[in-house]
Design a protein. Structure first.
Length: 270
């Protein structure tokens, strides 16, 4: 709005200066003597062109001023309360481990006498995201202008010749925000930076850590944060239908321990 007002004031002053300039030319006789000549015709065309450019600037600045911005501020306590609510009212998220090991090939070569599948209990081979494990809690933290999220987890894995192995630990992740303009939503993508393992009894710890990292990368992403239709509204216009808000861009920043999300809107015909 301030930019739009500034542009309109600038346009008004330029028009006044142009008027004064052309009036001065007429007073000293240039405009009168050239009025019927080729140069006089060009002078009139220049004056019309000058006003056309000014009107174009006014139109662009007016269109720009129709855009609006909404800012949402979220702190770490908000995400802590949100996670508490999720784990209080729903089961922990669980998904299969992404296996990148040659386990299936090994099993095909394994003699029947060494197969434990028939006697061992079923092994889910999955990972569960927990609210807390070993005094480490799943959370969202803002550090050095970035978003980090330690994810506590537990799970089980059935390596060849070993049987079902229980494990737990946490994954340090970096969260990147993206604007899905076609879907009109703000999404996040978690990138695993490091995995720390507990349990597994030293059996395949590195392999399990890689599988956990791959599973989180593939199964958790993308995370839907906000749908734009939930924070927009329709404005009724008498005898002219409605205007609605359409998100055209999103930027975010970390300011004083808060995530500030700036959403730019334009008003379009509903």
């Amino acid at each position: 709005m301030l930019i739009g007002n500034f542009a309109e004031e600038l346009n008004r002053r330029i028009i006044l200066r142009l008027d004064a300039f052309f009036t001065m030319l007429e007073r000293i006789g240039i405009g009168r003597h050239l009025s019927g000549s080729f140069l006089g015709h060009k002078m009139m065309r220049f004056r019309e062109l000058g006003y056309s450019v000014i009107f174009a600037i006014v139109f662009v600045s007016s269109a720009y001023s129709q855009k609006a911005e909404i800012t949402i501020s979220l702190n770490e306590q908000f995400f802590d309360s949100l996670l508490d609510g999720i784990y209080q009212h729903a089961a922990p998220p669980e998904f299969p481990l992404a296996s990148g090991s040659p386990k299936s090939n090994i099993q095909r070569l394994k003699p029947a006498a060494f197969s434990f599948d028939s006697v061992s209990a079923p092994c889910s081979e999955s990972i569960r995201l927990l609210r807390e494990t070993n005094s480490l809690r799943t959370a969202v933290r803002f550090r050095e202008g970035k978003i980090y999220a330690p994810l506590a987890f537990s799970g089980s894995y059935n390596p060849p010749f070993i049987g079902c192995v229980e494990f737990s630990g946490y994954a340090e992740t970096n969260i990147e925000l993206e604007f899905d303009q076609n879907g009109q939503r703000l999404i996040a993508r978690a990138k695993v930076l490091n995995v720390s393992m507990n349990g597994a009894g030293g059996v395949g710890g590195n392999l399990i850590a890689r599988m956990v990292q791959s599973s989180i990368d593939k199964k958790v992403n993308p995370i839907e944060i906000i749908r734009m239709d939930k924070i927009s509204f329709v404005i009724p216009i008498q005898n002219a239908g409605n205007l609605r808000m359409k998100a055209v861009g999103i930027k975010h920043e970390i300011v004083q321990g808060q995530l500030q999300i700036h959403i730019a809107y334009e008003f379009v015909k509903a």
